[in-house]
Design a protein around this ligand. Sequence first.
Ligand code: ATP
Ligand code: HMH
Length: 265
Amino acid sequence: MIPNVLSVAGTDPSGGAGIQADLKAFSANGAYGMSVITALVAQTTTGVTAVREVAPEFVTAQLDTLLDDVRVDAVKIGMLANAGIIRAVVAAIDRYAPRHVVLDPVMVAKSGDRLLAPEAVAVLRDELLPRVDLITPNLPEAADLLGEPETTSADDMPAVAERLAALGAKQVLLKGGHLDGESSVDVLHGGGATEFLTSPRVATTNDHGTGCTLSAAIAALRPQRPDWPSAVREAKQYLTTALRESHRLDVGHGHGPVHHFHQWW
Ligand SMILES: Nc1ncnc2c1ncn2[C@@H]1O[C@H](COP(=O)(O)OP(=O)(O)OP(=O)(O)O)[C@@H](O)[C@H]1O
Ligand SMILES: Cc1ncc(CO)c(N)n1
């Protein structure tokens, strides 16, 4: 049976990040995609010009309407914008207890624009993080969640991932995309094990929405695979291929999107 996978996130009219990227990644990874929108974001490859946050009660209305009808096999949570929306999502998780939940703790867009109110970071850490199965922070997000300076070395990443696990996340995928080097290194920590996931760094400026794509691919694959490490490794391979194929796109003048490549297209 094809899994039903839900993205709870903000929008990107240019189709590279947020809900739009998630739905493409779900389809390409064999899932049926659904979405609950938390914020309308006027953004493209060059940055964000405006944000309209959805009222928390309307996020709840979308979640309840959907979850009362449809079985959801996995959820990917992205941009949440503010504390009210975080709490609406927390309440829905408590009510419906979805099977697999991935949290990409989106805080700042690649362009530097904030996508989460600074005072909401503590709410995300204390109320949402302990309720999810996997969190996928990049290095600046990890530093913000831990209230410590950002690491600049891959050697430090296992210890950072361990400190994040101590906040209550069952599995932590710490993304090293912001480090320099020949390889793009992530660390997966959970269930008492730590592993490095290393892929060749693709020389491209088409890196808008890489984090969204990775977490969405993980959510799509998890119901189809026996455990988190299998889903995460395959999703990382999917992202590397999507980055490699991105040169075939001509979208915008800034950080372009990745190509949600499928072998039969
Ligand atoms: N040039 C690249 N080549 C290969 N992999 C990359 C490259 N850039 C990023 N990655 C990988 O992409 C994933 C996302 O990493 P990153 O740390 O950039 O996340 P992010 O900042 O959340 O992304 P975004 O905010 O654009 O959605 C990680 O698995 C990282 O290793
Ligand atoms: C809606 C949305 N979510 C996440 C990101 C992070 O890339 C973005 N730019 N926009």
